[in-house]
Ligand binder design. Structure first.
Ligand code: PGA
Length: 270
């Protein structure tokens, strides 16, 4: 049974004062969440503030990226080890807003995954097609290639590390990010199923344990529909994760859905 996970990607948002307000609400109002892991990925400069505010909570934190380098003459880069020192447990890698800058091709994304794993961070590895890809019938092929680049790039030792740290895969169709509408439930379920199938070709147990989450315009109005699909283990949220009321309600809805399922299986068994 995979535990659900909700990851907030704050992107280029935040200030010391606003973060404090939002994080204190998360801490107080999500304390009862037992069946959903919540992670906030903040701009690097706020990682130590988050550590201070969330250290005694059930909420984890992470970075939005890490460098492909470990140390040396690389001005403005932040390494995986530095991020880990803030008590972070996660880092997003391969987000399309990074890939779009041409600074993060598949080779670089793979290096970042390796650095994350070796620093003890769980990568949240993003894959997803552009609108052009989808309109040309290439969505599945593009996602498959992005995923194979990751899976085939992990030798046995790193693959075992990825399993141990429970790497997360985020399906984020580029055309649904920051948009008015998310992808449809049919598209999401079909792509998640394909991703799990590709993971299983390397290792069945890996495919069963890996959480595959959806990102792209998830909001309070569509989260119930999208995040409870069979192969969807949670969400990667941009805009909704920086609005305390929205994130708290989305998490609580997920918990309620799980509670309902648990009650039903209990009643059937008794
Ligand atoms: P959005 O962003 O929820 O604002 O569409 C999602 C993402 O970029 O991960």
């Amino acid at each position: 049974m995979r535990k659900k996970i909700l990851v907030g990607n704050w992107k280029l948002q935040g200030s010391l004062a606003i973060n404090q307000l939002i994080l204190n609400r998360f801490k107080a109002e999500l304390a009862h969440l037992f069946d959903v892991d919540v992670v906030v990925c903040v701009p690097y400069i706020y990682l130590f503030q988050v550590q201070e505010l969330l250290k005694d909570s059930n909420i984890a934190w992470g970075a939005q990226n890490i460098s492909q380098y470990q140390e040396g003459p690389h001005t403005s880069c932040i390494s995986a080890n530095m991020v880990a020192e803030s008590g972070a447990s996660y880092t997003i890698i391969g987000h399309s807003e990074r890939r779009a800058l041409k600074l993060e091709n598949s080779r670089v994304a793979l290096k970042r995954v390796l650095n994350a794993l070796n620093a003890g961070l769980t990568p949240i590895f993003c894959v997803g097609e552009t609108l052009d890809d989808r309109e040309n019938g290439l969505a599945e092929l593009v996602v498959k290639n992005q995923l194979l680049n990751l899976i085939q790039g992990l030798d046995d030792a790193n693959f075992n590390l990825a399993k141990k740290l429970n790497i997360v895969i985020a399906y984020e169709p580029v055309w649904a990010i920051g948009a008015k509408q998310s992808a449809s439930a049919n598209i999401v379920q079909a792509m998640h199923q394909l991703i799990r199938f590709i993971l299983a070709e390397r290792d069945q147990q890996f495919a069963e344990q890996t959480r595959i989450i959806y990102g792209g315009s998830v909001s309070l109005s569509n989260s119930n529909k999208l995040l409870n699909l069979a192969d969807v283990d949670g969400g990667l949220l941009g805009r909704s994760s920086f609005v305390a009321d929205d994130l708290i309600s989305i998490c609580s809805d997920m918990q309620k859905y799980i509670d309902k399922g648990n009650l039903q299986s209990y009643l059937c068994a008794s």
